[in-house]
Design a protein around this ligand. Structure first.
Ligand code: C2E
Ligand code: CA
Ligand code: CA
Length: 744
């Protein structure tokens, strides 16, 4: 009661007691900044006394003082965080207070600050329009202002100041989030991470460095690993988080992922990101106070991060697969070539390269079974790792060939042979192994990785033929042995001119109805002595000798001829896929020639499909994309062949005018293994994402078809259905096939 009475005492009634303003001990940066403007010093002290000890929304008040309109403007010029001004109307002149308000709003642009006008005499009340125009919160005559009224007026003004600043901040942050989300469409995990961290820094008003780790959720035992980082944490890239040499980060990230919650601390934080396929945690090395943490906006940003990450993640997985050999965990051929490219630049990596080929591996595979063969390869990899894992670079370059990059003192025939002196233990059997080795010492003339690999391979082939010793070193003279190739090229030219080449056609079927939907045109070169020379042998030969352009054009013609015959028989929904090689794309007449041929035979351009491989694409992406765009405009379809073997083109994939993705037969072969399954699944998911049709090649068994069908693959090609057919068999096949189908 007594307190109430006191509260009702009119504060500004005349009385002569001197009141001193106590020195302010409040920390201004964490307080509501209140500016008292009055020409009467006493009003300052009374106000401050009346409000002393007041706290609202968790913060005390901090007072600033100005004794005229002019001073108040100066004060506001220097302080941008004033929450409330208690402004006297009449000071140095009758309108000094109102003039100051106008100046603060219009000139200084300080629109968030709340303003309470106070005046000694009722007659000085400003007009309503002025109150509105200058966004004045309240107008009180000093006689109206009891202590409790002053407190409530001030608290409500502070509340509205707080809301206004929050809204302003949110607006700015939302604009930032929108901008960030646009940038997050990155597919490079490194850049993606940097942009995510920078967007979070902006939002949370910190300057942290950090990293992103991801844990797939639908794979058993999947352990979280770092997919990208800012510069301070570059070393962490690609590592499992348990391997990081920073216990603090490991702890924060694990807790974040285990509890599926943001972890906010004084010194750092880990933010949780959830998506359908994985969980991710973003570590930031600067902390935030939970009261400052705008969870809603952060979650808006993070949910976008999650969506974008799915894309990045998909690409990342494919890239990892593309560089690793799933059987042994070593680098694969692609990665080996990358390492060789580095080796060219970096002498510290060593001075020699060797290819180690397991002799008779095919026999072991046939005799003891593929399972044992795989175990053997793993055992070889393990033994190589023991010796070379830490000091050299290792890879499995092809089925039974391993590659090592290192120093001659370690990487030499004696050491490698010694390593396999005692037999390998494989599934309770002891299998002795023998090797051929092709060495290639560092030569400053070798400027590319692929060239070194080629040289080591030449040396390896030499070693295989040698009956005395199982290894050989590359020398320039070996290259001259390629003389036979020249002879072959000559023969090819003659045979092509004599019309001895053939184009065969392998059926492609709809996976569920088994209707023939098309054929792939495949080149054949019959030997005089019977049988065929493999296209894999002579197509590269034709490329090198400049013959491929003519041969390629001829394949297009033969395909159109076949198509025309099919169309004439009423089979007008069948397409023919034609392989296109590098040399053809380099030829400026490539596009017009194809279009001419299509017109000449009067076939539907939609029935022609071109199969291009990644290597063709990557050779000159710009030119290939241009050519394909022209062909597509004509109606011709495009399919990406051998998809999944290189993945170097991932960055271009969405720019390519593609209709179809062809899953390489190597993946179909492995589809029943866990890893193979994941790859095919990922490729199909990627195809779907890009809106492409999918066809699998090399289907040899029903189980493979079953699996592909389950995974949503649309079309198939392989020995299970038919081997490539001679041209004259094509029509029969279609007819028979359709007949047999109608009977079912
Ligand atoms: P590719 O484009 O990957 O062609 C598919 C290859 O897989 C063909 O080998 C085909 O006979 C084979 N194949 C089909 N089904 C199966 C199966 O179920 N199991 C297995 N193991 N293999 C199967 P082919 O005819 O020896 O052709 C080899 C490569 O030569 C082709 O690979 C292609 O890159 C190239 N090639 C063939 N014809 C041409 C052509 O006209 N132009 C160009 N530029 N390249 C061609
Ligand atoms: Ca092909
Ligand atoms: Ca292929």
């Amino acid at each position: 009661m007594l307190q109430n009475k006191l509260d009702d005492v009119i504060l500004f009634a005349d009385d002569d007691d001197d009141l001193d303003i106590e020195p302010d001990e409040v920390d201004p940066s964490n307080a509501w900044h209140v500016l008292v403007v009055d020409d009467d010093a006493e009003i300052h002290s009374v106000t401050q006394l009346a409000l002393s000890g007041l706290e609202t929304l968790g913060k005390p008040l901090y007072f600033g003082h100005a004794y005229s309109g002019k001073e108040s403007i100066e004060y506001m010029q220097n302080h941008h965080d004033v929450a409330v001004i208690l402004m006297d109307v009449v000071m140095e002149h009758e309108n000094a207070g109102l003039d100051a308000v106008k100046h603060i709003r219009d000139q200084l642009g300080q629109t968030n600050t709340r303003i309470i006008l106070r005046t000694g005499q009722p007659g000085y009340a400003p007009e309503e329009t002025v109150v509105q125009q200058y966004d004045i919160n309240d107008y009180k005559t000093k006689t109206e202002l009891t202590r409790s009224k002053l407190v409530t007026t001030l608290i409500s003004a502070i509340r509205s100041f707080d809301q206004i600043t929050q809204i302003e901040k949110s607006k700015a942050q939302l604009a930032n989030i929108v901008a960030s989300c646009v940038q997050l469409q990155q597919q490079d995990p490194q850049k993606f991470t940097q942009e995510t961290v920078s967007a979070l820094n902006d939002l949370l008003e910190i300057h942290a460095q950090g990293l992103i780790c991801v844990r797939p959720i639908n794979k058993e035992n999947a352990r979280p690993f770092v997919i990208g980082s800012t510069s301070d944490y570059q070393d962490c890239n690609g590592q499992l988080i348990e391997q990081l040499d920073n216990g603090r980060i490991i702890m924060q990230l694990s807790q974040c992922l285990n509890h599926q919650q943001h972890q906010l601390h004084a010194a750092d934080m880990a933010l949780f990101v959830k998506s359908k396929k994985f969980h991710a945690a973003i570590y930031l090395d600067e902390g935030i106070d939970s009261s400052q943490f705008n969870e809603q906006l952060t979650n808006v940003l993070l949910s976008n991060v999650g969506v974008s990450l799915e894309n990045v993640q998909l690409f990342q997985e494919l890239k990892n697969m593309a560089f690793r050999d799933n059987l042994t965990g070593l680098s694969n051929r692609t990665d080996f070539i990358r390492m060789l490219d580095k080796y060219v630049q970096d002498p510290s990596m060593g001075d020699t390269v060797v290819l180690v080929d397991l002799t008779h591996f095919a026999d072991i595979n046939d005799g003891l079974g593929q399972e044992t063969g795989n175990h053997l390869l793993r055992a070889v990899a393990e033994r190589l790792k023991e010796k070379y894992g830490n000091n050299s670079r290792l890879a499995r370059v092809s089925a039974d060939v391993f590659g090592i990059i290192g120093h001659k003192i370690l990487v030499n025939p004696e050491h490698i042979l010694e390593l396999f002196d005692y037999p390998l233990k494989v599934q309770d059997q002891r299998i002795p192994v023998h090797f051929s080795m092709g060495f290639c010492d560092r030569d400053p003339n070798d400027k590319t990785g692929i060239r070194i690999l080629k040289h080591a391979d030449i040396a390896l082939n030499q070693a295989k033929k040698d009956r005395q010793q199982c290894y050989s070193y590359f020398s320039d003279t070996m290259e001259q042995k390629t003389a036979w190739r020249l002879g072959m090229a000559h023969q090819l030219r003659e045979d092509f001119a004599a019309n001895k080449l053939q184009v065969w056609f392998q059926p492609q079927l709809d996976i569920s109805s088994h209707n023939v939907i098309g054929f792939e045109a495949l080149l054949r070169w019959p030997r005089v002595e019977g049988g065929m020379i493999e296209p894999e042998v002579f197509v590269p030969l034709a490329e090198h000798s400049g013959l491929m352009i003519d041969i390629g054009n001829w394949v297009v013609e033969e395909s159109c001829r076949q198509l025309k015959q099919l169309e004439d028989k009423g089979y007008n929904k069948i397409r023919i896929a034609i392989n296109v090689s590098m040399a053809q794309f380099r030829n400026p007449k490539f596009v017009p020639t194809i279009i001419d041929t299509v017109h000449k035979f009067a076939v539907k351009p939609q029935s022609i499909e071109l199969e291009i491989t990644e290597s063709v694409l990557m050779n000159n992406p710009g030119a290939v994309i241009d050519a394909l765009t022209l062909l597509k405009a004509e109606g011709i379809q495009v399919s990406l062949d051998d998809f999944g073997t290189g993945f170097s083109s991932l960055n271009y994939l969405h720019q390519l005018p593609l209709d179809r993705m062809k899953i390489d037969r190597a993946f179909v072969r492995d589809i029943l293994s866990k890893n193979g399954e994941v790859i095919v699944e990922t490729v199909l998911a990627l195809g779907k994402k890009l809106g492409l049709h999918t066809i699998a090649e090399g289907v040899e068994e029903m189980v493979q078809e079953r699996k592909l069908l389950d995974m949503g693959c649309e079309e198939v090609q392989g020995f299970l259905y038919a081997k490539p057919l001679a041209p004259e068999q094509v029509q029969n096949f279609v007819a028979e096939h359709q007949n047999s189908h109608q009977h079912h």
